[in-house]
Ligand binder design. Structure first.
Ligand SMILES: C[S@@+](CC[C@H](N)C(=O)[O-])C[C@H]1O[C@@H](n2cnc3c(N)ncnc32)[C@H](O)[C@@H]1O
Length: 287
C-alpha cells in the first residue's frame, strides 16, 4: 500500500502498527519516540485499535510484539523513548473519544454516559488477568514496568526511567489516594553503545517538567512538543530518521522536522494523520 502521505522529510503510513512496521527495512530508523494507547483509557473508535484488549495480559503481549518489530527496524546505535501510563485494576467503562465523527449528545456537546451506553458506544473492561491471575481490585497494575521487563527479555537495554512531572493536569476526583501527576518515559537502547548527545538541555536530570498535553487539534492524548524535542535532540543523530508507530496528531513528527530529522509516522486513524498533515503544512509556511 502506498504511504498515506509523503512530503519532503515526512512519511505517514496508515494501518496497524505491527503490520506497517513489518513493511519497513531492518535498521532503517535512528530513534523511536512514542506513546502507545494506554490500557482502557479511551476508545479511538477504529477497528483494530490497541488498548481495549480483553485482558491486560493481551495488551502487554500486543505491545511487546510492536516493540519486537521496532527493535528490528532500529539501527544498532539507535534509541527508543517510550511514554506509557499505568492503569488501576478495576471494572472500567470507556466511551468513544468525544471528537469522533457523529458523536454529539443531546446538548450538542459530549454525549452523557447514558447516551453513550444507549448508542452502544461504551465498552466495559473485564477481569484484569495478568499471567492467568486476577490483579487485586484497585491495585495499580504496573503495566509500564511489566512491559519493560518483557522487552528486556527480548533484548532491549533499559537505560532510564525518566519521570515526566506534569505541570498542568486535569483534576483527579479519587478520594482515597494521591492524584497521579507523573508518567514514565523509558529510554531503551538496542546495543551497549548508542548515539546519545549529553549536551542536550534538560538531560542533566531524570525528572522532566512539562505540561500534561499539547492539546494538539482534537487529539486528546497528545504529548507536549517539548517532550519529543528533548528525546530527539539527545537520542537521534543529526540528519537521522525518527519513527513513531503511534503517530496520532504528529507531535513527534513536528519535533523531528523542526530538528532537521526525517520522520515516519504510523497510525490506524486517518483523522489523526489529517491533523498531522495540517501541522506539517503549517510548519512549512512558517518562515
Ligand atoms: C496516545 S495516542 C498518541 C498521541 C501522539 N503521541 C500525539 O502526540 O498526538 C495513541 C495513538 O495510537 C493509535 N493507535 C491505536 N491502535 C493502533 C494500532 N493498532 N496501530 C496503529 N496505531 C494505533 C491511536 O489512533 C492514537 O492516535
Amino acid at each position: 500500500m502506498p504511504p498515506y502521505y509523503c512530503h519532503d522529510q515526512a512519511t505517514l503510513l496508515i494501518g496497524d502498527a505491527v503490520e506497517q512496521l513489518r513493511t519497513l527495512p531492518e535498521r532503517s530508523v535512528d530513534a523511536v519516540v512514542s506513546s502507545p494507547p494506554y490500557y482502557f483509557q479511551r476508545d479511538y473508535g477504529v477497528e483494530g485499535q490497541y488498548g481495549l484488549e480483553a485482558t491486560p495480559q493481551e495488551y502487554l503481549d500486543t505491545l511487546r510484539l510492536v516493540f519486537r518489530e521496532v527493535r528490528r527496524v532500529l539501527a544498532d546505535d539507535g534509541t527508543l523513548w517510550l511514554n506509557l501510563g499505568d492503569a488501576y485494576s478495576q471494572r472500567k467503562a470507556v466511551r468513544l473519544s468525544s471528537h469522533q465523527e457523529g458523536l454529539h449528545g443531546a446538548r450538542g456537546a459530549r454525549p452523557s454516559w447514558r447516551e453513550s451506553r444507549a448508542a452502544g458506544r461504551a465498552r466495559m473492561s473485564r477481569e484484569n488477568l495478568i499471567d492467568g491471575q486476577a490483579v487485586t481490585e484497585k491495585s495499580l497494575m504496573m503495566l509500564p514496568e511489566r512491559l519493560a521487563i518483557g522487552m528486556c527479555e527480548d533484548g532491549w537495554i533499559l537505560r532510564n526511567k525518566i519521570v515526566w512531572a506534569m505541570t498542568a493536569t486535569t483534576p483527579d476526583p479519587t478520594r482515597d489516594r494521591i492524584p497521579g501527576k507523573w508518567e514514565p518515559v523509558l529510554l531503551f537502547s538496542k546495543s551497549a553503545r548508542y548515539h546519545f548527545d549529553t549536551s542536550t538541555p534538560g538531560t542533566d536530570s531524570d525528572v522532566w517538567r512539562f505540561p500534561a498535553s499539547s492539546g494538539a487539534g482534537s487529539h486528546t492524548a497528545s504529548y507536549p512538543l517539548e517532550l519529543p524535542l528533548r528525546c530527539i535532540r539527545a537520542g537521534c543523530k543529526p540528519g537521522g530518521t525518527v519513527l513513531d508507530p503511534f503517530s496520532g496528531s504528529g507531535t513527534t513528527g513536528e519535533a523531528a522536522l523542526q530538528l532537521g530529522r526525517e520522520y515516519i509516522g504510523i497510525d490506524l486513524n486517518p483523522a489523526y494523520h489529517e491533523l498531522a498533515k495540517d501541522r506539517f503544512a503549517r510548519r512549512a509556511l512558517t518562515p
